[in-house]
Design a protein around this ligand. Structure first.
Ligand code: KE4
Length: 436
């Protein structure tokens, strides 16, 4: 990207506005996923023409340093050449067979090499599918019905998860989702993130009824929220004592926080782990895996049925395998990502502090979020009681100056390793020019 184009005053989003009008004629809300609609931040969603490395280019010719990275997959930046080349080559051999391939074995072997504690793994087509399948498996394995999830966590749009969910559900402030039947919601128990006493109380009041506890081991759907010291370890101990399946939803954290994700970072072995985003290299892929004794209940081995026409699709496997292999072969990437993200956070912190703007920044690895409040952000309530109108103003200030943030205070930012020091400094400069 040439610097002058980047520094050019942002053009009006004429084409994006026209495209949004047209999109709304045919697609609910003009988008294929609600969080893209800019509903909470306001304004017109930007229609993207292309992207390369750390930059997005919209239909009006504007360019942006971006911190969404397709909500996680683009950890090495957009149009990463080895991934692009692999997809091109593989497409020549057809795009789908609906039959087993060696590539799926290679993918499973690589995931098992990188992520600990996976005896068996099943590929699916989204994070939602991975999480809903893991919960069905936990229920089938334990012959229990209830699950515990945490307020503000998001595990996809399966009925069982749309209770006090984060991400788009929080962004749109949907209190209860029509269509999710009461009896389904009743089997989903919730408590605050980091509230281990709350978990103990739910277990005590539902003896031998809880099949699984599903958690984002580092939460990314209410902004980025870290587990307090000992929280995950206590969850592990409780699940072991009570025969409850501990499900780590690593759709976001898997292969992002470390090669072995949060399990590696916190040295905690979950019973089932779900993946998504990075493992598809930008193509639709999810996966769930874990302990053999549990996974053996999945059809055709066992009777817990789960299936998918395009599961293990050769193009998606090629994209995901190529990206994972880069991460496996170059572990230095994780310390580079951490250093870049810390530099960014320190710069934003200094800039907002100098302005006297109360804020908190949560960060781990290449996940981070900025919250406009002076209190610690350890759960969904903390995130909700920030000045999120100020976040919306901040979002648009950054956007109009060429920095594209997630369009919601209830999302994590994602740093890609394509980000340069100049990009980081530019982001800090734009933050410093924010005058609410
Ligand atoms: P998908 O079904 O969207 O592939 O994955 C669902 C999911 C499951 N678990 C976690 C921890 C997730 O973050 C997600 C999806 N993440 C959101 C972004 N926060 C997807 C963006 C969107 O809904 O468009």
């Amino acid at each position: 990207m040439n610097e002058s184009n980047f520094l050019a005053k942002h053009l009006p989003h004429t084409k994006s506005k026209a495209l949004f009008e047209r999109a709304q004629l045919h697609i609910p809300g003009g988008v294929n996923s609600p969080v893209r609609a800019f509903k909470s931040v306001g304004g017109t969603p930007i229609f993207i023409k292309k992207a390369k490395g750390a930059y997005l280019y919209d239909e009006d010719g504007n360019s942006y340093i971006e911190y969404i990275n397709s909500w996680g997959p683009m950890i090495l930046g957009h149009a990463y050449q080895p991934v692009v080349d692999a997809i091109r080559a593989k497409a020549e051999d057809s795009t789908s067979f609906g039959a087993p391939t060696e590539l799926e074995i290679q993918m499973a072997e690589l995931i098992k090499k990188m992520a600990p504690n996976i005896d068996l793994i099943r590929m699916v087509n989204s994070g939602t599918e991975a999480c809903m399948s893991a919960v069905r498996l936990a229920r089938g394995y334990t012959n229990r019905n209830k699950i515990i999830k945490f307020e503000g966590c998001y595990h996809g749009h399966a009925d069982a998860f749309l209770v006090k969910a984060g991400s788009g559900v929080a962004t749109l402030n949907i209190q209860s989702v029509p269509g999710v039947q009461a009896h389904v919601a009743q089997d989903t128990l919730t408590c605050a993130y980091n509230d281990i006493e709350g978990v103990k109380n739910l277990i005590a009041s539902n003896p031998n009824e809880i099949a699984a506890i599903i958690i984002e081991p580092v939460a990314g759907n209410m902004g980025c929220i870290l587990p307090l010291p000992g929280f995950l370890k206590s969850l592990r101990e409780l699940c072991t004592q009570q025969g409850i399946v501990l499900i780590f939803d690593e759709v976001m954290t898997g292969f992002r926080l470390a090669r072995g994700g949060a399990q590696e970072l916190y040295s905690i072995d979950a019973d089932l782990i779900t993946f998504g985003k990075i493992i598809g290299g930008g193509l639709p892929v999810g996966a769930f895996g874990g302990k053999r004794a549990i996974m053996e209940n999945i059809a055709p081995l066992g009777s817990v049925y789960q299936a998918g026409t395009l599961s293990g699709n050769p193009i998606a496997m090629t994209a995901g395998y190529t990206l994972l292999k880069e991460l496996e072969d170059n572990p230095i990437i994780y310390s580079e990502l951490e250093a870049k993200t810390k530099t960014l956070c320190d710069g934003i912190q200094a800039a907002l502090k100098k302005k006297g703007i109360a804020h908190r920044i949560n960060q781990l690895g290449s996940m981070m979020s900025v919250h406009f409040g002076s209190h610690e952000i350890n759960n969904f309530e903390d995130a909700k009681t920030c000045d999120n109108n100020l976040f919306n103003k901040f979002f648009h200030h950054m956007l109009s100056n060429g920095v594209y943030l997630p369009p919601s205070a209830f999302e994590s930012w994602f740093v890609s390793n394509a980000l340069s020091q100049a990009d980081i400094q530019k982001t800090i400069e734009v933050t410093a020019s924010f005058n609410p």
